[in-house]
Design a protein around this ligand. Sequence first.
Ligand SMILES: *Cc1c(COP(=O)(O)O)cnc(C)c1O
Length: 470
Amino acid sequence: MKYISTRGQTAPKSFSEVLLMGLAPDGGLMLPERYPQIDADTLQRWRSLSYSELAFEIMSLFAGDIPAEDLRRLVENTYTEAVFGTSSITPMRTLADGIKIQALSNGPTLAFKDMAMQFLGHAFEYVLSREGKRLNIIGATSGDTGSAAEYALRGKAGIHVFMLSPHGKMSAFQRAQMYSLADENIHNIAIEGMFDDCQDIVKALQNDAAFKQQYSIGTVNSINWGRILAQIVYYFAGYFRATASNSEQVSFCVPSGNFGNICAGHIARMMGLPIRRLIVATNENDVLDEFFRTGRYRPRSAAHTYVTSSPSMDISKASNFERFVFDLLRRDHFQVASLWQRVADGEGFDLSAELPRIREEFGFVSGSSHHADRLATIRAVHESDGEWLDPHTADGVKVARELREAGETIVCLETALAAKFADIIDEAAGHHVDVPRPAALAGLENLPQRVAVLPNSAQAVRELMVQTLG
Ligand SMILES: *Cc1c(COP(=O)(O)O)cnc(C)c1O
């Protein structure tokens, strides 16, 4: 299995090569040259597998250059009860109104990003040691992604992580989660500035080709193919859990931002998993909802990107969306490149002529929610089911309830736990709530913290890295 770029100007690459890549050199995103097709017998056989056995079967179709026994060991070391809290890894429950919730947030940072990042941590270490390479990850975070990356890469041989965060701008919980890590290969850097300043520093260091080369600088962003691949697995696991036989269909509702999560659902469906509809749920940052309703894609300006109470979905453009459009346009890379040239020019594009195919052939529909909807959904689910939903998951449940058709089974993906967003739960409840927290995180805020505070300067960060790496 080789990988190609959505822009068509990158030589085909192997799985191991793609694993360590971000954007393709031509600016596109990497995808397998074709999607493996799962026949009825295989699907039947997979129904009874454990999560890690299923992950092995699916990933081995895509990771041809990793020997089977090594891949098996990688997934067995990744998807354990010790890391994800239950032996089923992504347990499912049903709300009083019949909507099913698939729990993807029982990993170390209480958000679904652990599902893929934990695999990536093991896979990076494996590929680097096999090739005698080292990797120094730099990243900027306002919370979620950075902590998922640190928890995935802590203690991994051959890897250092330098994670920039805005000094004094994260919640006490988020700070404690990242800064309490004592592993020698994890380096937290608090920048005296905003999140955008952190991102600019990362870009500046990435664009310094000599530095990048000398220090093997890499990133772990949401366009990494390994993350998408790991996410395909839980769509299969969720389908099996929600159905009694493979003649049934299931729809998935996915709280979405960068389109990474639901892109994996799209690929599972292309592989032949009986998914009826893929429901995109956005918050006030509704660039995707607009596309799936009208066929027009209009990335937002900074002034029209809102800070919301489901902050991990606050995006102006959806980086993984290009993968879907590539498939929609029958993999015509010339057309994809020309559409994204228009995006770069600040114009966006119009594919409204394709709306019937988007709905019928690809099963996509969408909806969005606002702050008041989110609070109302959190309150309503607490009343009917006695549990607190995280605000992102609440966006999903709101849209699922709105779009559900008679007889349709909808699985809503739980992308974080409420414990991570205690202030929003308090606001929804109208009083302080002690949201239950996994036992492992009791007293997290009292642990000693380790962070270097630096001025808003790429040079200062570079010096610290050079000093650390020797
Ligand atoms: C990252 C994230 C999302 C959005 O996922 P995408 O893959 O970017 O669409 C939704 N909810 C939570 C809690 C997240 O951390």
